[in-house]
Design a protein around this ligand. Structure first.
Ligand SMILES: NC(=O)c1ccc[n+]([C@@H]2O[C@H](COP(=O)([O-])OP(=O)(O)OC[C@H]3O[C@@H](n4cnc5c(N)ncnc54)[C@H](O)[C@@H]3O)[C@@H](O)[C@H]2O)c1
Length: 440
């Protein structure tokens, strides 16, 4: 069983302290607010949360949970500290790190006087880079010790929801953390090991980003559902019924499908249907800012790809894929076709490898080139082999991936041929030198 000090006895810290004590760990709760410390000492919760009063009372009665405002005492008598202080918005909207810096400085001071190894785990919500840029330097400066070697460091975001916090603690949807060192990883593995949830080990920055992604995703989902509800009501429908049935599709709608960062959406359905629903909303005097911004954000993604190409040196582009996705020759509202057209108009010499579109022309199918409203001389730009495309290009632009093209293109990337990748040729490839992935 671990010995853990919890810094910050608010909504997150009190729940964590009480649940860790219930699990048998020895917990010391620390706060600068004496009234909260006194409250725990009396066996009373400082906040209202279902089931928490009993847990705190039991924890204190069993001797597993205690409280203090003495930082040195808490550090001396525990092996790890979890930091759960607030990170309120600064006036400019940035994350307010004053409390985190304050607590890191206080913990660091106590660490300088401690002989044995101690882990510091931040649980407060902090933007990517805060650990490396702010928290670790504050801890090192105050302790005179080296993070990851002379004391442990981890970032372990909290996802609980107030009102169901204890249930969320014991039945989490997501566990993720990053640590610099083995003892910190081990303690986090130990306290999470009994829970029925996969443990994700990632680097510290990724863990920081996942917390923000999670909360922003929740916010976006609520806003989307509200907008659908408003439009539904305006046309005489029950928005909750619409969303309930939509969400019953766990294979596509409520799944990782469409949740992989990459290039813009397109095709014959999504853009047209988004436009039509916006029109319906407007006709009924219902604002639809979320649907509006989906279209403008999509346009931004096309522009982003265009800028990435412009930043590379070369005038001849070999484009891989022009239909709206691999496996079809459908060019209707393909964002790759839009991108190709813009690049051609900018004066680039553009050739295209797209086996499905090429087949349609070679077979003289009546639908060949269907949906190509933009690209000048599309048929003349198509090449039949990926090797020949690579040979005649100064810049490669990967829009879709095709099995036979992955290896030759990966080799071209290894040879440092300038490349913009909108589809990610291979998992794990990241931007470097002349290789530029759109979101990686
Ligand atoms: N509330 C939630 O539902 C929730 C859920 C997940 C994550 N979070 C994140 O967790 C963090 C804490 O949120 P909260 O709602 O529990 O905050 P809170 O304001 O309820 O509690 C923070 C506590 O930290 C104490 N504190 C400040 N400086 C201190 C110091 N130097 N030493 C010891 N204690 C100190 C304060 O006195 C306060 O009691 C935030 O970053 C928040 O974004 C909150």
């Amino acid at each position: 069983m671990a010995r853990i000090s919890i810094f910050g006895i608010g909504y997150v810290g009190t729940v964590a302290a009480a649940c860790l004590a219930k699990d048998g760990h020895t917990v010391i709760a620390v706060d600068i607010d004496e009234s909260k410390v006194d409250s725990i000492k009396r066996g009373q919760t400082p906040i209202v949360e279902d089931g928490l009063a009993e847990l705190v009372a039991d924890g204190v009665a069993s001797g597993k949970l205690s409280a203090t405002s003495d930082v040195a005492d808490a550090i001396e008598n525990t092996d790890a500290s979890f930091v759960c202080v607030g990170t309120p918005s600064a006036p400019d909207g940035s994350v307010g790190l004053d409390y985190v810096v304050g607590v890191c400085t206080a913990i660091g001071g106590a660490l300088s006087r401690k002989d044995s190894f101690h882990s510091v785990v931040i649980r407060s919500t902090i933007v990517p880079g805060s650990m490396e840029g702010i928290c670790i330097p504050a801890l090192e400066a105050a302790s005179g010790l080296v993070a990851g070697k002379e004391f442990g460091v981890g970032y372990f975001p909290e996802f609980l929801r107030e009102s169901t916090a204890i249930r969320d603690y014991y039945d989490p949807g997501l566990i993720v953390f990053g640590a610099l060192d083995h003892p910190t990883n081990a303690i986090l593995d130990e306290i999470n090991g009994g829970l029925n949830c996969e443990i994700n080990h990632v680097d510290i920055r990724t863990a920081e980003m996942i917390k923000y992604t999670s909360n922003c995703w929740r916010a976006v989902k609520i806003t989307f559902a509200n907008e659908i509800g408003n439009i539904s009501k305006a046309v005489g429908l029950d928005g909750q019924e619409v969303m309930r049935v939509l969400c019953s599709d766990l294979k596509v709608n409520m799944s990782p499908t469409f949740m992989r960062p990459g290039f813009a959406f397109g095709g014959s359905c999504l853009p047209k249907d988004l436009r039509a629903l916006r029109f319906l909303a407007r006709s009924n005097n219902v604002p639809s800012p979320m649907l509006d911004c989906a279209l403008s954000a999509n346009e931004e993604q096309i522009r982003r790809a265009e800028h990435l190409v412009d930043n590379l040196v070369g005038r001849s582009i070999g484009m891989v894929g022009v239909s709206f996705k691999a496996g079809t020759d459908d060019l209707r509202e393909s964002p790759l076709a839009t991108l190709a057209d813009r690049l051609i108009k900018k004066g680039y010499n553009l050739k295209i490898y797209d086996p499905y579109v090429k087949e349609a022309f070679d077979e003289k199918l009546s639908g060949a080139g269907r949906g190509n409203d933009y690209i000048d001389n599309l048929e003349g730009r198509l090449v039949s082999g990926i090797g020949s495309l690579i040979d005649q290009s100064e810049i490669l632009l990967i829009g879709n991936t095709y099995d036979e093209a992955i290896e030759p293109l990966s080799q071209a990337a290894q040879k440092n041929l300038p490349m913009v990748d909108l589809a990610r040729l291979k998992p794990g490839m990241t931007s470097r030198d002349n290789y530029e992935g759109i979101c990686w």
